[in-house]
Design a protein around this ligand. Sequence first.
Ligand code: UD2
Ligand code: MN
Length: 313
Amino acid sequence: MCGFYLNSSLVLKTYGRDVEFRPNFQTQSSVTVKVSKMEEMPLCPEHPPNLTGPFIVEEKNVSIKDIMSVNSHLQEGGKGKPENCKARQKIAIIIPFRNREPHLSIWLYYMLPFLQKQQADFGIYVLEQIENTTFNRAKLMNVGYSEAIKDDDYNCFIFSDVDIIPMDDRNLYRCSNNPKHMANSLDKFNFKLPYETIFGGIVAFTKEQFIKINGFSNRFWGWGGEDDELYNRVIAAGMRIERLDPQIAKSKAILHKRDPGNEKTGRSFHLINQAAIFMHTDGLNSLKYDVIKSHRHKLYTKFTVNVGSSEKN
Ligand code: UD2
Ligand code: MN
């Protein structure tokens, strides 16, 4: 009793609020071991050592159960990190989503092993928009960013369509000194840019870069325009975009019909050229939404959200 008393009062003085954990020596020592292991871990190399280059991406039926069985070491919520080194970036992958389960399965099937091979420290976030509202891809991206930063200390955000998968593991899923356009070499466009300023599909921003442009516009309802407006924000903020060598950036875009609820309305298209003005008031700082449901799946974290409707915005 005396020993315990002495120990706990000592701890009280030294550790303040942690006092209730201290009498348990088991806990104390395991925490110490973990901390020192992290401190000792070297930084991961800039170029992951085990990359093998091009691979074939097939559109096949894969079950979530099968994907789970080969990714058993992931943490709940679709989080992974290298075991023996400390990653240089902490990456949130943000995927806008509604009724695309087969595409999400293919994406996870290829991307979870891909990210681990690249020694990424990552979390996967699926932002699902509720039914009966016009789809708003850009707003879902802002919601994904906002929820991800509440969840973990990410410093890199990769905003990716659910239907694009890289075909070469040298295409590093990382942020750069400037915002990066990563869907610059798609099979459906013969691995060429359809136009020079295209900025759709997959883009990567550091936290600072994304804050600098106030995120995406929230005002693009239905298909199209939001990616071009984003490009204009980047330029207006004095940044430029980067792209990888198209040979390495080769990616598969799954072909599909336009989804119901994501028709082209074109009503926001006049905003594309006004990005420099509206980016200050329309974006992360004006974002409103309700989380209807959040769910930590083994392979991803999903937020089902109400982002409102075009009529009210
Ligand atoms: C192009 C762009 C895309 C976006 C879109 C216009 C490229 C390579 N892609 O893609 O980034 O700018 O045009 O908005 O430049 N989604 C759902 N459910 C839906 C609707 C959309 O999950 O009902 C998600 C899904 O992640 C999808 C993404 O939104 O990949 C973009 O929609 P899309 O695939 O219909 O657009 P697409 O292929 O024309
Ligand atoms: Mn698509």
